[in-house]
Design a protein around this ligand. Sequence first.
Ligand code: ADP
Ligand code: ZN
Length: 671
Amino acid sequence: MKNTEIFNGDIVKVLLPIASDGYDYIVPEKLSVSVGDFVKVPLRNKEEIGVVFSKNVGPLDYDISKVRPILSKLESYHLSENQIEFIKKVADYNLTFLGNVLKMVMGFDELFSDVRPRKKIVNYIPSYESPILSDEQKNASEILSTKLFKGFSVSLLDGITGSGKTEVYFNVINEVLKNPDAQVLIMLPEISLTGQFLSKFQQRFGIQPVLWHSGITKAQRRDNWKAVINGEAKVIVGTRSSLFLPYNNLQLLVLDEEHDSSYKQEDGVIYQGRDMAVLKASVDKIPIILASATPSIETINNVNLGKYSCVKLTSRFGVAIMPDVELIDMKQNKPPKESWGRAWLSSVLVKQIQEKLENKEQIMLYINRRGYAPLVLCNSCGNRLQCPNCNVYLTAHSKDETICCCHHCGYSMRLPVKCDKCGAENPWALCGPGIERIEEEVKNRFPDAKIETISSDIITSQTRLNEIIRKISDNEVDIIIGTQILVKGHHFPNLTLVGVVDGDMSFSSSDLRANENTFQLLTQVSGRAGRDVKKGKVVIQTYNPENSVMQAIKNNDRDSFVKQELEDRKISLMPPFAKLAGVIISSRKKDLLEKFCYMLKQRMPIGIDGIQFYGPIDSPLSYLKNNYRKRFLIVVDKKIKIQDVIKKWLLNVNIPSWIKLKVDVDPYNFM
Ligand code: ADP
Ligand code: ZN
């Protein structure tokens, strides 16, 4: 690193936490700085905190006398070479500005402006109480522990739901913490998971980990960030953004529920948190453990290729066994209309709920749709209520005082008295079921049952959610009705029946991972049933019982599902057999958007082997938050670096201020 040594009078690039790749500053007399230092610099007429990123070794094509000096250096903190390298690689992979990545590393805006004294975080782990592991768990924990302190490795901890993956990696973490300086990061897909997780953590380690997610206060952010960079925080539990914190001595990364699509960040900097976590482990030369009962196809492929190693847990912990799965063909079992209105639960499912209630066991009904009804239709002319800002239909919420909401932009209105197309009065039919409607049906069918409904609309606070989870655990609830928020990670010993109201729902998306998502989701939902001594049962209502995904779920046959899915992807040249990127272009001005896209199309490098360009097409969400949207899709051979293709294509393209252009490398969402 001799040639990057910085002297007074040198010009250096300083990164600021804004959408830019940094600006040049001169190192003044009497200030000694090196790469990774936090410094204060002038920017226009303000002062900003940034990080010295590199020495500018020229040639400089501007007037050096105009370069402004660094003002001062912040002595307490420094980013390591690895951290700088990580910022570079993340920006490069996701085609974003270095400054945008630095912003994530710096955690939040007021990090340095806040001068209140910080609370000292004491996160020293006093003792660890291991449960007695089963032979399989012990074996897994030993194998994973052999990877510690030996450089970069990726291991998949592949264990069925309820097999004790958490306990296994807790044991491995305990091994890491025998080194008093080491830090460990546990990543979870969502905060809603953390309640039960944290009490388990407390029970095993005797203290609470340091948290990082969007729900913590600014003061906690500041304290936790500082505890991470100075090494006081030993175990950090966080969502995807915790990956970017400036760890002092990270020695192990654990990413639980690795298949979960919430690791993919869709706004701001678009990135896949799991893939960036693997990248981070490789830069830091540390092991990473990916845990899941339903690993992603990409990860399974990496195991098959020998890039990742794999440890399996094949049985549930203790006496628990996997639940039986029954598919109900809704073509033959349409529920008749009832006194309160349309019904959605088949008589087969209703009967089983009744039996469980009589046995004092718990039931969970799963429907992943918020609100009361997903569509509001005029009975007289067929007009559907649509969002004025987006081309999506409004969802009706709460039947009595019906409010119609857009789940994309937040627009809402009262149900109008008249149809604005035909003038008919009170013509509205509320079509299809949302979670509130299922709740209505359950209350009508089982008036004596204690019911809790859990969806993100209803549960706005973490404390309220934790309280409901406690009530379920303590058997104060008979029937739980939940959306996605409930299927992950939870462990309710007395829950023995899971009913999936609409098993086909996640097939309907145009996403290339629709099959995979459905398989994962149904497996995870099913995995909530029978996790203790009582055997569980899963009932899935579907119009496609013969579908191969449904059959794989029924037969608990992940291998054949994965095999089929890999074959399909290979034939259609989709990931992991090709690399994809989406380019989304949006504007309030439709004609200018079209012109701009036409210009981009003209510049497409066509006819190159292994590179295919598609588009522009109207995106399925062609109008969103008052913006028109178009998409390009680029598909390349695995050998070709897709980022280079896109850079070359967009090089010298001037993006006018009324156009927004976003690149989505490895897209999940094609909306
Ligand atoms: P998974 O994450 O694989 O679905 P968990 O780690 O949540 O499974 O384990 C399921 C339940 O079984 C948890 O309550 C956990 O504490 C318990 N458990 C797992 N292994 C053991 C063990 N060896 N001793 C005691 N309890 C265990
Ligand atoms: Zn809208």
